[in-house]
Unconditional design. Structure first.
Length: 182
């Protein structure tokens, strides 16, 4: 790793017991922040998930911004982690015990908030910046799922949660309460 982070001290699986774990660094465009997907492991055939941590500062002396053991993200999706220097997006791994979905997980670092944008498999899409938010660009079309290509994601219309409200955000996701923000 290029950033001085002791991954084995982060919450997650025992790295002495689980030998085949991987970590991925995603540095912000200005080089001042790091989104780290760590302890990536294959949980099912082709399904690699890890845990998410955000840091800021220098690579030699990073300071933790957000470490949330309840959030899992896809480890190797090649969609764009950083939309700008203060907004990053990942493919969240959501499983309720019966079904799996991979929505966008958008993190706003300046406001210390996050939002889910429901889409069946965000690994097949990216977000590009638009005037009032973002636009979904499908990189691979899967005919089994609804088409989201060129669909707008308006920042002011999605429901945002404080970083302290991860459980509430996940509950609202599964209850279908992610509509227009209040």
């Amino acid at each position: 790793m290029n950033w001085n982070i002791e991954v084995k001290k982060l919450p997650g699986p025992d790295r002495k017991k689980w030998l085949y774990l991987d970590d991925r660094e995603h540095v912000s465009p200005d080089g001042k922040r790091l989104a780290l997907i760590y302890s990536i492991a294959e949980i099912s055939m082709g399904w690699d998930i890890g845990q998410l941590a955000l840091f800021e500062g220098s690579p030699q002396d990073p300071k933790p911004l957000f470490i949330e053991p309840e959030l899992r993200v896809m480890g190797y999706c090649q969609n764009m982690p950083w939309l700008d220097n203060s907004t990053c997006v990942f493919s969240a791994y959501m499983w309720d015990g019966k079904k799996t979905q991979i929505p966008f997980l958008i993190l706003d670092i300046e406001n210390k908030s996050f939002a889910f944008y429901p889409i069946m498999n965000s690994c097949m899409s990216t977000l590009s910046t638009a005037t009032d938010g973002w636009t979904i660009k499908e990189t691979t079309r899967d005919e089994r799922f609804q088409c989201h290509h060129n669909e707008p994601v308006r920042k002011h219309e999605i429901k945002w949660y404080s970083w302290l409200e991860v459980s509430q955000g996940k509950n609202d996701y599964w209850a279908g309460r992610l509509g227009t923000a209040t």
